[in-house]
Design a protein around this ligand. Structure first.
Ligand SMILES: [Fe+2]
Length: 372
């Protein structure tokens, strides 16, 4: 056996964890940049709340609330410029994956000159960046504990990633009370993002014993709680929040695979929510990898208390239908687009390198046709 597991984030998970933000920030610096999306944080009063908590701990707060879904290079460069101008000493990402990922990229660029393009993978960020506090508000990305910042290159229309151990947040504050505002569709989409993280980490060529345990438990929590969370149960949403954290810890070690690769073009070209794209691709990806990871999937079914992989597949089918996930064409994709989308999908070689079974262009076309 041979593996490395690195998870340096201080994780605080409890109702009221957000109230600790001043204290945690003060340990990292005196001037913070708060990075959020355009609506949620302001609409529900979180910007004022966080500012007040920071000021109470004598940490000044500059707000950058311009992060769009699937953040662009331009956005993070504007944020970094503000960080440099205000001479901030730490960055706080509050929101879904987009806000946290933008915060990470801003933390890199704030100490540099130049463009974020210069720090995109295969570059690996190992140098010092501004310390990051991540506060997730969805049940999905796990970005609060990962070394990934997923961005969108709007020129080449590609998802790209800033990656490196130094962009792992120093502190993750998971306060389930923020989930009260998360609507049913986003609860489901982000939970399917977490589910894809878990299953992809589990079957990844880079999977390892610790990430496996986290991945299996994450899937168990999602399978057991997704439908109730969709119906509004706050305790079920809290379980999904935990599942998303665990899946984040799993992909941080093992990476993502074909679901993410084939899902990215659906987001970039059709604006499908990242988690929705992954939800649609989950079943055909299980079918595609099934023979290659037969024993592992059997073990998974067993650990989830199911009698067989078939039963596991049925369970996922059930979850998709109970939570209203439809077909690709219902989201505006037409048959004539599939070849192009497949071509784009298989070009995400960073993800596909981790996939247990090879994915050819014709495999990708077949998979997309299945979910059309
Ligand atoms: Fe994801």
């Amino acid at each position: 056996m041979n593996f490395t597991y690195f998870a340096p984030t201080k994780i605080v998970f409890r109702r009221g964890a957000l109230d600790k933000i001043g204290e945690e920030a003060k340990r990292l610096g005196d001037r913070a940049l708060l990075v959020t999306g355009r609506t949620f944080a302001r609409k529900y009063g979180y910007i004022d709340k966080i500012r007040a908590l920071l000021e109470k701990s004598k940490v000044s707060c500059t707000v950058f609330s311009e992060v769009e879904p699937n953040p662009s290079y331009e956005t993070v460069e504007r944020g970094a410029e503000l960080a440099r101008r205000e001479n901030v000493e730490l960055v706080i990402g509050f929101g879904g994956g987009s806000a946290m990922d933008a915060a990470k990229a801003i933390a890199v660029l704030a100490l540099k000159k130049g463009f974020i393009r210069d720090y995109i993978y295969p570059y690996v960020v190992k140098e010092e960046v501004l310390p990051i506090i991540a506060v997730p508000t969805t049940c999905g990305t796990g970005s609060e504990v990962t070394r990934y910042s997923v961005l969108t290159d709007t020129t080449s229309k590609r998802k790209t990633v800033v990656v490196g151990p130094s962009i792992i947040p120093k502190v993750a504050l998971l306060d389930p009370s923020v989930l009260v505002h998360l609507p049913p569709d986003l609860t489901v989409y982000t939970a399917f993002d977490a589910f894809s993280h878990a299953i992809e980490a589990y079957w990844s060529n880079r999977s390892q014993p610790i990430s496996d345990v986290l991945a299996v438990e994450s899937m168990r929590l999602i399978v057991e709680n997704l439908t109730s969370a969709y119906q509004g149960s706050s305790s079920a949403k809290e379980k999904l929040f935990l599942a998303s954290l665990m899946a984040g810890l799993a992909i941080n070690a093992a990476g993502t695979t074909m679901i993410h690769a084939l899902g990215y073009p659906l987001t970039v070209y059709y604006n499908l929510h990242h988690g929705l794209a992954n939800a649609l691709l989950t079943l055909p990806s299980i079918r595609h990898n099934r023979r290659t990871v037969k024993e592992k999937l059997e073990e998974l079914a067993k650990r989830l208390g199911l009698s067989s992989v078939d039963e596991f597949v049925e369970k996922i089918e059930e979850l998709l239908s109970e939570t209203g996930i439809k077909k690709l064409r219902d989201y505006g994709v037409s048959e004539s687009d599939l070849e192009f989308l497949a071509k784009e999908g298989v070009s995400y070689s960073r993800n596909l390198a981790n996939n247990p079974a090879p994915v050819t262009l014709s495999d990708a076309v077949k998979i997309l046709s299945e979910i059309l």
